[in-house]
Write a protein that binds this ligand. Structure first.
Ligand code: TLP
Length: 343
């Protein structure tokens, strides 16, 4: 059977058009600031996010860590939503690299202004200062949920009033913009740093952009170098990114519709879930004696035996992600393959 890979939207392969753009890219040494294609991508990213400047980095994780370093000092606390990528999926980088503790606030990944207020300590020498806040839009761990502009505005307003630096982890910011019907710059208004990934729904092989004020960019560039993220003829990667921004933004809408079809199909088969707002479908396998599948690990194993790749996220839950390399037909095919597993 032809494999269907729903583990993540990071699994896409560059299309022939993208490969051609990469092959044609004009390049130079970007550590010397001489790669014209990187410069073009960075200008485009700054414009799209409404910030003064941008920096191409190898990964979303590195973008987040560079931002954390800029907004905190060792010993500080960074506030983030429950299950935030910076807290759960970055190998402890904020603590390991920069001595920053992350405190989770709210529940389900999103939070409101009151959650931020409640987390701020009174001034006391015993307490670690809370100096920064991280937002994640869409929020991965909660099933790709999207922040409303009202909620974003309220949270960034209180953060600013209380002197916190604000970072937006927008690994899937274009998915958020598509679902919210808002420009990316609107979703990034009011934050100090914003990162978005080219290698998720946008279908590029590598790369994230970290965007901020022009005055901050040299400091961010220095941290990128410190982390070994200075790249040389990175124009071949930047060309893929520019191609993705030109050709793959519109298609996110299809990914979201496909995710909804997938979710409804899973629901019909007795799997429990909340309908997705974007392209991430989290679902639970039935628990208890009557269940045909003991847990998510076994579900994933049986799916793999049918050449369907889906990752468990905990003992009873899995995540299936729609993306550029699976269209409606393959989503329906995936549902057929799953049917056999539960019967
Ligand atoms: N997320 C990956 C895994 O790391 C879990 C995925 O498959 O979803 N922020 C968010 C919200 C992310 O979801 C991710 C990737 C990142 C940052 C990190 O991006 P990379 O993988 O480029 O370091």
């Amino acid at each position: 059977m032809d494999p269907i890979d729903l583990r993540s939207d990071t699994v896409t392969r560059p299309s022939p058009g993208m490969r051609e753009a990469m092959a044609r890219a004009e390049v130079g040494d970007d550590v010397y600031g001489e790669d014209p294609t990187v410069a073009r991508l960075e200008r485009r990213a700054a414009e799209l996010t409404g910030k003064g400047a941008a920096l191409l980095v190898p990964s979303g994780t590195m973008a987040n860590q560079i931002a954390i370093r800029a907004l905190t000092r060792p010993g500080d606390v960074l506030l983030a939503g429950e299950g935030a990528h910076v807290l759960r999926y970055e190998s402890g980088a904020a603590a390991g690299l920069f001595g920053v503790q992350i405190q989770s606030i709210g529940s389900g990944g999103l939070f409101d202004a009151r959650d931020v207020q409640r987390a701020l300590p009174v001034r006391d020498v015993h307490l670690a200062p809370v100096t920064a806040l991280a937002l994640e839009n869409t929020h991965n761990g909660s099933g790709g949920r999207v922040w409303s502009c009202d909620l974003l505005d309220a949270v960034t307003r209180v953060a600013k009033e209380r002197g916190l630096g604000v970072h937006l982890d927008g690994a899937r910011l274009f998915n958020a913009a598509c679902a919210a019907g808002e420009p990316v710059a609107r979703l990034a208004a009011g934050v100090d740093t914003v990162a978005f990934c080219l290698s998720k729904g946008l279908g590029a092989p590598v790369g994230s952009l970290l965007c901020s004020d022009e005055s901050r960019i040299e400091e961010l560039r220095r941290t990128r170098k410190m982390l070994g993220g200075g790249m040389r003829q990175a124009g071949v990667l930047a060309a893929a990114g520019l191609y993705a921004l030109d050709h793959h933004v519109e298609g996110l809408r299809d990914d979201h519709e496909d995710a909804l079809v997938l979710a409804k199909g899973l629901q019909e088969q007795g799997l429990s879930l909340s309908l997705p707002e974007t392209n991430l479908v989290y679902f639970r396998v039935p628990e208890g004696r009557s269940s045909k599948v003991p847990d998510a690990i076994e579900f994933a194993r049986r799916a793999r035996a049918k050449d369907l790749l889906i990752d468990p996220t905990d003992r009873h839950s899995l995540r299936a992600v729609t993306h550029l390399d699976v269209g409606r037909e393959r989503v329906l095919d995936a549902l057929d393959r799953i049917r056999g597993i539960l019967d």
